[in-house]
Design a protein around this ligand. Structure first.
Ligand code: FES
Length: 167
């Protein structure tokens, strides 16, 4: 093999090495990118049992005597479920899911009952106001998610009982 031919082979080999490393990098990018971005997709959460109503005796939750007030309450349906209840008047209450609709993270209560529910994972805030209940009001990272699920709540003032309609 003469010198020119030898240089050609070396050059071709270097070229193939270069192309190979390029495709290997591309493979890593095409493999890793969907994994990195998959956390941006909405994840479905287990739905509450359809048609379920649960009752809460307010005597067991004296914090909700204040107006306004807000509290997490764990209830036992067929599965354990935590609901956020907010009292907005003598007879009106609001119900919210306690889990973020993005990735199911447990939401933080506001220090002021009229403040927002906060998701600590991506710093999203959800309104607790009656006119805007569950609406995303702050989303600094632009996470793709819907509003916070809410529940209809009925109050029986004679028995001091709340009925939460889960569907
Ligand atoms: S987990 Fe992402 S916004 Fe709550």
């Amino acid at each position: 093999m003469d010198v020119n031919k030898k240089e050609q082979v070396t050059t071709r080999r270097d070229f193939l090495r270069y192309v190979g490393s390029f495709f290997a990098t591309g493979l890593v990018i095409t493999t890793v990118y969907p994994i990195l971005t998959s956390c941006e997709k909405d994840e479905s959460l287990p739905a509450p049992p359809p048609g379920s109503n649960v009752t809460i005796d307010l005597k067991a939750h004296p914090e909700l005597n204040n107006i306004p007030s807000i509290k997490k309450i764990n209830i036992q349906t067929p599965v354990s479920l935590t609901i956020i209840i907010k009292r907005i008047s003598q007879t009106n209450f609001l119900g919210f899911s306690s889990l973020c609709p993005h990735q199911g993270v447990d939401l933080e209560l506001p220090s002021n009952p009229d403040g927002n529910l906060h998701c600590p994972r991506h710093n999203v805030d959800f309104s607790t106001m009656e006119t805007n209940k569950g609406v995303v009001v702050s989303n600094p990272n632009g996470v793709k998610l819907g509003n916070l699920p809410t529940y209809q709540v009925e109050f029986d003032p004679n028995k001091n009982i709340l009925t939460i309609k889960l569907s």
